[in-house]
Design a protein around this ligand. Structure first.
Ligand code: FUB
Length: 339
């Protein structure tokens, strides 16, 4: 993820536009909001952006040098938002090197599970899991990353039959291009324009939620003609920020197109796909990255997302929420976060 981040924001910023929604908190920078409802309350698991002045900007997003997570909570959409303090600190993850990126969380059998990507001591992104009896932590990390995990942006989905799946992956700074057939190649390159684009990954989680129950597989994303996207289809192909939700019995896989800054979605009949591309969920926001979650609160559906309204800097983001509307045929109305 995050190449080009060093480049000027003005190339894509909608600076002349007025945001329709305000940041949920402004005392810290937050991004990549994964929202869930637990026991009737809304919990948001965001990245905690920091201005790591000691870290130089690079093309792989090295200055996204986050070191901890804070869980945000609120009783209702539009109500006060509470910062519940540090939920997990990088210094408490025995195998971690640097860059605590976009997390997600779930609940099962009395335990909350926090899934997080961080570079290990060899500078390779892996995915870890940490547990707590409280949705706000503190979370205790396992001593090793999830065996067989790699890259970034984990998101966990529990289906109505109780099975849980972890989706993940992000190209460029997220290192997905280094993994082929689940094997590591440090020289793995970005695809050329005419090549089939990289695909996100999924694996079912075992009953303890701490390991993969099966080999990691690719999530098939297809265009409406049933064809895979090529790298040149970069306004539609997967880049990072996977999210899976279910609506009216269908499975919705949504994601960011990265260098074209869209959030898109695709629909499938089961958690593995294939998922057929439907369109843009959220148009580009202020800042390079676009990353979200979709959650039902009561009878309404919401999109949590971020932009850089507060800072104007791509690596110092602020999370927001807006209502999401389905059409009668199950497609989602495209959101423009600006007036
Ligand atoms: O927050 C760091 C990275 O930025 C995330 O992992 C990506 O999805 C992008 O939002």
């Amino acid at each position: 993820a995050l190449a080009l981040i060093g480049c000027s924001l003005t190339a894509f910023a909608q600076t002349n536009k007025t945001p329709k929604n305000q940041p949920l908190v402004s005392h810290i920078y937050t991004a990549d909001p994964s929202a869930h409802v637990f026991n009737g309350k809304i919990y948001i698991y965001p990245s905690h952006d920091i201005d790591a002045k000691d870290v130089k900007e690079d093309d792989e997003g090295g200055h996204f040098a986050m070191r901890d997570y804070h869980v945000l909570s609120m009783d209702k959409i539009g109500g006060p938002v509470k910062d519940n303090g540090v939920a997990l600190d990088i210094k408490d993850i025995p195998w971690a090197g640097r860059q605590l990126w976009a997390p997600d969380a779930t609940y099962k059998n009395g335990t909350y599970y926090l899934y997080f990507p961080v570079k290990d001591k060899q500078d390779i992104f892996r995915i870890g899991v940490a547990t707590s009896k409280s949705p706000t932590g503190p979370f205790k990390p396992e001593s090793e990353p999830i065996k067989g995990s790699y890259s970034i942006d984990p998101t966990v989905f529990q289906d109505t039959d109780g099975k849980a799946y972890l989706y993940f992956g992000g190209i460029w700074g997220g290192q997905l291009q280094r993994w082929s057939g689940n094997n590591y190649d440090p020289k793995g390159a970005l695809k050329k324009k005419e090549e089939v684009a990289y695909l996100p990954r999924v694996a079912r989680l075992s009953a303890d939620m701490k390991s993969f129950a099966e080999p990691v597989r690719e999530v098939q994303l297809l265009d409406k003609a049933g064809k895979p996207f090529l790298e040149k289809d970069n306004d539609k192909r997967f880049f990072e920020a996977a999210w899976l939700h279910k609506y009216n019995g269908k499975y919705y896989f949504s994601y960011s197109t990265g260098d074209t800054h869209n959030l898109c979605y695709a629909i499938g009949d089961n958690p593995y796909g294939p998922f057929t591309y439907q369109g843009i969920l959220l148009k580009p926001v202020l800042g390079w990255t676009n990353h979200h979650s979709i959650v039902q609160v009561g009878s309404k559906w919401y999109l949590f997302y971020h932009d850089v309204q507060l800072s104007g800097k791509t690596h110092l983001r602020n999370v927001k929420v807006t209502e999401l509307t389905y059409n009668p045929d199950g497609t989602i109305q495209t959101i423009d976060a600006y007036k």
